[in-house]
Write a protein that binds this ligand. Structure first.
Ligand SMILES: *Cc1c(COP(=O)(O)O)cnc(C)c1O
Length: 411
């Protein structure tokens, strides 16, 4: 057993919370019920208190009294305006390249197909086995549909997906490299700039899934030269369950990009309702049907808060939270057979920490009963998601100590 006792850890956490410049923001989130510590903000971010007022006003004022006129008064362009806001606040993307629509799954489908069409004659998609299931399944489905070949890579346990791992599978047949910026399970953070350079050296495109990084750490899509990106808004952007996703297309591809779901909302003149599809200019052409305007409302508040707090300060708190969690797990849980799956180098990890123990599924279920809420990830992982603006250092201690208590229970 390490030298840190429960009460020492609690004191350390209290000091860290007191020194945390982002701490006042904790009070801006809805709390209550039986929740003692929410450690899954990377799966579903908490709502902000102001969001309840925004939704009420939307029903009473926008939807309730502007009615169908709302489409002319802002809703029609909301996917683009909100996309620009996400791009500016979280993606390092200049205006005109980001749009909000669909789900991550559907936008990934559109962009993988778009990438193949941008690289005619090339037949290979590089994808890694540590990627989120929907990303892998889509790649399989598109391979079945188009005849493309998947080149699988296995992420390194310690380093994740690296340029060295990619080198053997890149070639003159590579159309696309599809990777997650932060791995959903291990928390590995890619060197997106280096990987983009490596792919470009072979003439391939990069599609970066930023579901687990947008809102949690600095992203510079324009600067890194990333071609395409997709992310979801219900994780670190707190858009609420099922809030729509966003897609980014670098300016240089906008004139040529095509996507396979041709609908009226992505057409050049939606309300002329004419014969024959002509794609809209710009990133609007990624849209298909009527945008989910209601579901776009909550994320507006979180984008304002992220903008106010600043992504660099958010990342600083995030690495402090994950570092604190790893140190505490080392001290309190190593002797119970728990191992850390997430990189110890703060520059190589995202905003969550995954620990492994054979009893993880059972422990997670017991924690949920107590209102302590991490999540379980197969085969044996407990994921501690430490959304920086809504998680305290004390929450980390509450979570880790609850795991200690479960493992110290007599069998
Ligand atoms: C959460 C997540 C998704 C989710 O896709 P949905 O279409 O919203 O269900 C996809 N990819 C990654 C990497 C994720 O973390």
């Amino acid at each position: 057993m390490g030298t840190t006792s429960r009460s020492t850890a609690q004191n350390q956490a209290a000091d860290l919370d007191a020194a945390d410049s982002l701490r006042p923001h904790l009070d801006r989130f809805v709390t209550g019920g039986d929740v003692q510590a929410y450690l899954d903000g990377n799966s579903l971010g908490r709502p902000l208190r102001v969001t309840a007022e925004r939704m009420r006003a939307f029903v009473d004022e926008a939807w309730g009294t502007r009615l169908i006129r709302g489409w002319d008064e802002g809703w029609f362009d909301l996917p683009l305006r909100l996309g620009d806001r996400i791009g500016a606040v979280t993606l390092g993307a200049a205006a005109g390249q980001t749009v909000v629509a669909d789900s991550t799954t559907v936008l990934l489908y559109k962009l993988i197909r778009a990438a193949l069409a941008l690289r005619p004659g090339r037949t290979e998609i590089v994808v890694d086995r540590g990627n989120f299931p929907t990303d892998r399944y889509l790649a399989e489905g598109i391979a079945a549909e188009t005849g493309a070949t998947l080149r699988w890579i296995d992420p390194d346990h310690d380093a994740g997906v690296t340029v060295d791992l990619l080198a053997p599978v890149l070639g003159d047949q590579t159309a696309l490299v599809l990777l997650s910026h932060v791995a959903y399970r291990s928390g590995h953070l890619l060197d997106a700039a280096a990987i983009t350079d490596a792919a470009h050296a072979h003439g391939a495109l990069v599609l970066l899934d930023v579901c687990h990084s947008a809102g949690a750490l600095p992203i510079h899509l324009d600067k890194w030269g990333v071609d395409l990106a997709v992310g979801c808004t219900y994780k670190y952007l707190n858009g609420g369950p099922g809030s729509p996703a966003f897609a980014y297309v670098a300016h240089r591809h906008l004139a040529d990009i095509t996507q396979p779901i041709w609908g009226w909302m992505g057409a050049a003149a939606s309300f002329e309702m004419g014969q024959g599809y002509v794609a809209a200019q710009g990133v609007r052409r990624l849209l298909s049907g009527t945008p989910p305007v209601v579901a776009m409302q909550p994320m507006i508040d979180m984008l304002d808060l992220i903008d106010e707090a600043g992504v660099d300060a958010i990342r600083e708190k995030s690495t402090a939270l994950t570092g604190f969690a790893i140190a505490l797990v080392d001290e309190r849980l190593t002797d119970h057979g728990v191992t850390v799956a997430t990189p110890r180098d703060p520059d190589r990890r995202g905003g969550h920490v995954t620990i492994d123990h054979p009893e993880s599924q059972h422990i997670t279920a017991r924690l949920w009963e107590q209102g302590i809420i991490p999540d379980f990830r197969r085969p044996s992982g407990i994921r501690l998601g430490l959304s920086p603006l809504s998680t305290s250092f004390t929450d980390v201690v509450t979570g880790v100590e609850a795991i200690v208590a479960e493992l110290e229970k007599p069998a």
